[in-house]
Design a protein around this ligand. Sequence first.
Ligand code: C2E
Ligand code: CA
Ligand code: CA
Ligand code: CA
Length: 279
Amino acid sequence: SKRTGKNQIKEFEEESRQQILRTVEIEKALAQALDRSEFSLVYQPKVSLTQNRLEGVEALLRWHHPVLGHVGPDEFIPIAENTGLIHQIGTWVLRESCLAWVRWQKTGVKPFTLSVNVSPLQFAREDFVDTLQATLDATGMDPMFLELEVTESSMLSYEQSTREKLAQLHQFGIMISLDDFGTGYSSFRQLRELPVQVLKIDRSFIVNLFTDRNQEAIVRSMIQLGHNLGMKVLMEGVETSDQLEWLLNEQCDYVQGYYFSRPLREKEVVKHVKSVTTY
Ligand code: C2E
Ligand code: CA
Ligand code: CA
Ligand code: CA
């Protein structure tokens, strides 16, 4: 009826008003978050199925604000990108995670890979490689153990400068993995030309693996596509032994997810590495 229609519009207006207020609040708080040391990092293990061992860890950003509480990266990263703060935040993440990696090495554990998420905006900056080089120098991070996770949108503008950057990173020995694969729009041709070593299939693809009739065929094709292009394939968001068994059978190279481990604090990583010899 007319009345419910009007109410719905009101509700909608109220909702978007709340949404805008929250965004503004987060924007303001974010601007001070670095100075106030409100960020921290957690690290989620990546498991190699072919070698049955820990392959590395992915650094994931956490933010705790005294009033807003915990705000998830899915909510604040887009805002940081809109305000340009992502550059400072991204540099901080890279530096802190490299320092953590160096500290892990000092405990005598066998070296493993550190994966760091890079926003398309960060990657697009002209000084991206210089900033990275400076961070490697300052922290003592071994680039052979560093992997950058970039999304398809970073690669879509596959122009000269992107090519040059990727070539430089490759020279350093840094690996590139294509994050959130399957959610973007890269063509087969673009994929073939991309110098990435790992395809990271988005978590949304495993959620309905056994409930949606076509899902198995789709994920199987993605794994084969990666292999045909000479890449390794990682499935993220693995939560059950059924999923793991299926992926083993399909020759998926790496997995990540709550089934193996949630993201861990820096100190917990060493304990985890020492406690698990096989998965
Ligand atoms: P992502 O890079 O695709 O990271 C995977 C997300 O899935 C993480 O959420 C992780 O905690 C979560 N996850 C891992 N295993 C499972 C599982 O088995 N089940 C479920 N339900 N979830 C799982 P998180 O930490 O909230 O991060 C969300 C997104 O925020 C990331 O997605 C990434 O796009 C972005 N992000 C996080 N840290 C950074 C960062 O340092 N820099 C940038 N640019 N983006 C970041
Ligand atoms: Ca990622
Ligand atoms: Ca992902
Ligand atoms: Ca994602």
